[in-house]
Design a protein around this ligand. Structure first.
Ligand code: AMP
Ligand code: DBH
Length: 547
């Protein structure tokens, strides 16, 4: 398996086009932080827990972390798994990695050994950076297990009580030579690896470059009206592409604003931070928005500084969207994006109908959108079709995954998003559904195939098919149809425990398990798993609508 990073992602004629259009300006993350630190040395950049880091602090920490990691023997281009909750160290660590030319590979706090092992192996990671203990889970245990399963791992760095591992605090103490470089990367180098929720099998790795990502930050900041007075509340996990870059914490730092980190996205934690820190905007997934809308009726938080709430990651129902302004007194912005690239925003000045009913339009005039039928033929104007896209910040291939690339990209480089979309007369996108077999559970994407594989590994399971089921709060939840092996059916609770104990993120454990004796006659036999899932899904919807 080759582990070298791609050196060029877009064909040369596109590179030229995007540079000439002024999208790619040769910026890098290492230099960007230094420029902000020179411009706003004493301004607070990041607030989290008891810490308040100025831009100068952040810049200094980034250099110390970079120097410390290089001293430990890591080399430019090495991948480092970043597995941290919403704490300031998340931000200083990734800027430290950028400064050293090391490549962060972002994992979600909910990920467990199975996912982390997969990231380590597919990404060819050299180091793992984690918290000590967070949310009742000891990440040092995971680190120990990872080292066993993946002996190529050279370094383990822990924020907090590091036990046998390298304390993150030690890196911060590294003496930095005066000629230590601010940046060692080319703008078109891969800056980091994002992960996709993925519809088939395990998450795929998404290589994003400095130039392409910084373009999205600059434009997202402009579209969302950010400047150096903006204060962003990081409520969703920072590793998600949405709170990272749409415009998220990175876009806020690009604009010279301030990032406030919340330990959880709950209304309780977030409302008090909004009051104390005079937060001006934040990003949420639809189920959290619902909780916030309900919480406001129970308390009287002072949300007067909050101007915009962005909602994305999963479809927002218009009825809920309509309640945002009257209940919270803020402007709603819908965001439809993907870690692979394309991001759409409703614009802040759009009329209410547009904000409530659509998912906006792309960042870039050069985001190419195609809506096609099942045979890749364009659909008639106004009709819904599979969304394909290509543009100055949408990847052309996943990292180290030829079979996914075959499926997910067309010959001329369009990414198959898996979403079914229609365009309004004004050119706004409306998400109608999706073609891919994943469950969008409160914005977390779960691959049906991945969970089926875990269930099939159980000796009491003969066959399994996982589908989504509408859920009042989560939008969708997961439902596994299971055919047991032999007479004795396992208990649903034991099967859930089985999946959990395979070491996967809790959100992937099936919410519901339905035992069946067989998949229906037409479904049995040679039809595809995709068709089987579609059939079970339809069956489930009929049952639900009749009950
Ligand atoms: P990922 O590729 O894992 O980053 O997930 C991106 C996917 O999330 C998109 O392809 C959509 O299926 C879904 N998504 C993101 N934002 C929205 C939204 N505002 N409305 C509906 N679906 C969304
Ligand atoms: O769901 C997503 O992946 C997403 C949603 C909104 C995203 O990546 C983004 C905005 O950038």
């Amino acid at each position: 398996m080759s582990h070298s990073l791609p050196t060029q992602i877009w064909p040369s004629e596109f590179v030229q086009r995007y540079q000439q259009a002024g999208y790619w300006r040769g910026e890098t993350f290492g230099a960007m932080l230094r420029q902000r630190a020179e411009q706003y040395p004493d301004r607070v950049a990041v607030v989290g827990g008891a810490q308040r880091l100025t831009y100068a602090d952040l810049d200094k920490q980034a250099s110390a972390i970079a120097a410390g990691l290089l001293q430990k023997g890591l080399k430019k281009g090495d991948r480092v798994i970043v597995h941290l909750p919403n704490i300031p160290e998340f931000i200083s660590a990734i800027f430290g990695l950028f400064r050293a030319g090391l490549i962060p590979l972002y994992a979600l706090p909910a990920h467990r050994i199975t996912e982390i092992e997969h990231f380590a192996k597919t990404g060819g990671a050299k180091a793992y950076l984690c918290a000590d203990n967070h949310g009742g889970f000891d990440y040092r245990d995971l680190a120990a297990e990872l080292k066993q399963r993946y002996p190529e791992l050279q370094d383990i760095v822990v924020v907090g009580d590091a036990g046998d591992y390298t304390p993150f605090a030690d890196l911060l103490q590294t003496a930095v030579p005066s000629d230590f470089p601010v940046n060692v990367s080319s703008p078109q180098d891969v800056a980091f690896l994002q992960i996709s929720g993925g519809s088939t099998g395990l998450s795929k790795l998404i290589p994003r470059t400095h130039d392409d990502y910084i373009y999205t930050l600059r434009e997202s900041a402009r579209i969302c009206g950010l400047d150096d007075t903006s204060i962003f509340l990081g409520a969703l996990p920072l590793a998600h592409n949405f709170p990272m870059s749409s415009p998220g914490f990175m876009g806020t730092l690009y604009a010279g604003g301030r990032v406030v980190l919340s330990p959880s996205p709950s209304a309780e934690d977030c409302f008090s931070l909004i009051e104390q820190e005079r937060v001006t905007f934040t990003s949420l997934v639809p189920p959290l928005l619902l909780l916030w809308l309900e919480a406001v009726g129970r308390s009287t938080p002072d949300l007067s500084t909050l101007k915009v709430i962005q909602v994305g990651g999963a479809k927002l129902i218009p009825e809920v969207a309509k309640r945002v302004h009257p209940t919270l007194g803020v402007t709603l912005q819908q965001v439809f994006g993907m870690a692979e690239g394309l991001v759409n925003y409703t614009r802040l000045g759009d009329d209410l109908d547009t904000i409530v009913e659509t998912q906006g339009f792309p960042i870039s005039p050069d985001d190419e959108i195609l809506l096609v039928d099942d045979h890749d033929k364009p659909v008639a104007p106004g009709e819904a079709g599979h969304l394909l896209t290509r543009g100055p910040y949408t990847i052309r291939a996943y990292y180290n995954n030829p079979s996914a690339n075959e499926r997910s990209f067309t010959a001329d480089g369009y990414y198959r998003t898996g979403d079914i979309v229609r365009l309004t007369d004004a050119g706004y996108l409306v998400v109608q559904g999706r073609a891919g077999d994943h469950i969008n559970r409160a914005g977390e994407k779960i691959s049906a195939e991945e969970i089926e594989d875990h269930l099939l590994a159980n000796p009491q399971v003969f066959d399994a098919a996982v589908v989504s089921i509408p859920d009042e709060y989560l939008g969708e939840r997961s439902c596994a149809f299971v055919i047991a092996k032999g007479e004795q059916k396992p208990r649903a609770i034991d099967l859930k425990k089985w999946v959990r104990e395979r070491g996967v993120a809790e959100f992937k454990v099936p919410d519901q398990i339905i035992f069946v004796d067989a998949f229906t006659a037409t479904a049995a036999g040679k039809i595809s798993r995709k068709a089987l899932r579609a059939q079970l899904q339809a069956q489930l919807h009929t049952q639900l609508s009749q009950s």
